[in-house]
Design a protein around this ligand. Structure first.
Ligand SMILES: [Mg+2]
Length: 257
């Protein structure tokens, strides 16, 4: 494919990580939740069920337990929190995904990760999937929260998706035109926030679209069938070239059920 094809109408694909690039059924999400509850139980010397209630309440009100605890005045360093919460995650539950790798490698547009998770977790998960070399950039917890590693860090509220600030930081850090960027995420609120900053949105993990989703798909690998435009340029020459590309993706990713 020559360089002119890169100027196709879609310039960038931006992907959430957890429950988007790998299935929510892996059990990683459950393990993370349990670790957060263990963190709260240890920190506040409360029972498991009290920690579960506290986590639920913090998540509902603040979007994350770390954001909530810091907003309530607890000086919890993000590195301590993340190393506790991610330190015991069974990463081997995430398996290499050759189909996803083939698809990502067939995409000529820029590809960027945009996750609320910290960089160490993101790298481990991407390594397990076998796709860490497929992305130009990782926009993550540290990108959105540089102030937390500076003096007087408690003056900085934790910034995460789906806040508008997080979305604007990501668009700036990625240096993208939102109208030419596809944003994949499994969270309906994140999809709504993405739409609000002008991104084209793909809800992953569900067959039906939410109000602000331009596309929906159960598995991210279905982008080949659901959004063939990714491989299609503005003229017929590109379309035929893209079809060949897609045919080779299909051939490479055919899975015997
Ligand atoms: Mg997610």
């Amino acid at each position: 494919m020559d360089s002119s094809d890169i100027s196709s109408h879609l310039q960038t694909l931006m992907f959430d990580l957890d429950d988007t690039l790998y299935s929510s059924k892996t059990g990683i999400g459950k393990a993370l939740k349990r670790n957060v509850e263990d963190f709260l139980a240890e920190k506040f010397r409360i029972s498991e069920s009290e920690a579960q209630d506290m986590n639920r309440e913090l998540f509902r009100t603040y979007g994350s337990s770390l954001a909530g605890l810091r907003d309530l005045g607890y000086d919890i360093h993000p590195d301590d929190y993340h190393s506790f919460v991610h330190g015991r995650v069974p990463y081997d539950l995430i398996k290499p995904d050759a189909e996803l790798r083939n698809i990502l490698q067939s995409i000529r547009q820029r590809k960027i990760i945009f996750t609320n998770s910290d960089r160490i977790h993101a790298m481990k998960a991407l390594d397990r999937l076998g796709i860490s070399d497929c992305f130009e950039k990782i926009i993550c917890f540290e990108t959105m929260n540089p102030g937390l590693w500076k003096p007087a860090s408690m003056e900085h509220p934790v910034v995460l998706k789906p806040s508008m600030e997080a979305m604007r930081i990501a668009v700036d850090a990625a240096d993208v035109d939102p109208r030419r960027t596809l944003f994949f995420d499994d969270n309906v609120k994140n999809i709504a926030a993405g739409k609000a900053v002008g991104l084209r949105t793909v809800l992953v993990g569900r067959a039906t679209k939410s109000q602000e989703a331009d596309y929906a798909m159960e598995m991210v690998t279905s982008m080949v069938q659901v959004i063939p435009e990714i491989w299609v340029g503005d003229d017929d020459k590109r379309i035929s070239h893209a079809r060949n590309e897609m045919d080779s993706v299909y051939a490479a990713t055919t899975v015997v059920a």
